[in-house]
Design a protein around this ligand. Structure first.
Ligand code: NI
Length: 198
């Protein structure tokens, strides 16, 4: 009687080893692949100016957690709604003695001067307006992989189509998570809390 493993057992053991190797390889590779694009968010050579008088560059994102949102002051719906949501989040955070810094980056630098922006964001605590030259704005839009497009209106005026999410960054300036437009308030707040707890 043979006492060692038979041929079938050897084949099964071999298949199991291959499956484990494939699973480990996949597990090691997958986060690296999906993280690469996200890790680059906000990185780049743009230089804008904040309504607090400081420069807004990729370095701004380092040192403390932050949230970045792209919009414009003539926005009829998305931007006012988002600012209202930020107001609610800051309100909730203030109850536990916390606050998050928000950057409202204009995709419409021709109309959004620092003075216009300062007035626009003044009612929401912790929000800094950001604007600059059209060239630097375009660079920032690319760095954050957001979408923004000028749309002519019938009356000769124009509006802007733009991405409507809030991007969260950790204290090292690395992309953490997005908050979608009109996301469930409890869910959004949980993301902010987990960001601040990092
Ligand atoms: Ni908007």
């Amino acid at each position: 009687m043979a006492t060692g493993p038979n041929r079938l057992q050897l084949v099964l053991a071999g298949l199991a080893a291959v499956a484990v190797a494939a699973a480990v390889g996949y597990w090691l590779l997958l986060p690296r692949m999906t993280q690469t694009a996200a890790d680059l968010l906000g990185q780049g050579e743009y230089s804008l100016t904040g309504t607090d008088g400081t420069a807004f560059t990729e370095k701004t994102l380092r040192g403390a957690p932050s949230a970045v949102f792209f919009g414009f002051t003539h926005c009829p719906d998305v931007c006012p709604t988002t600012l209202g949501e930020i107001m609610d989040w800051q309100d909730e955070m203030s109850k536990v003695g916390d606050t998050l810094r928000f950057y409202f980056v204009s995709v419409d630098p021709d109309r959004d001067t620092l003075a216009v922006l300062r007035d626009y964001v003044s009612w929401v605590p912790g929000v800094t307006g950001v604007t600059g030259t059209p060239e630097e704005t375009a660079k920032a839009i690319r760095a954050f992989r957001v979408y923004a497009r000028k749309v002519p209106l019938d009356d000769g005026d124009y509006t802007m189509d733009h991405s409507a999410m809030v991007m969260l960054f950790d204290r090292k300036g690395r992309f953490f998570e997005p908050i979608s437009y009109q996301e469930d308030p409890a869910r959004a707040l949980a993301k902010i809390k987990s960001l601040l707890a990092r």
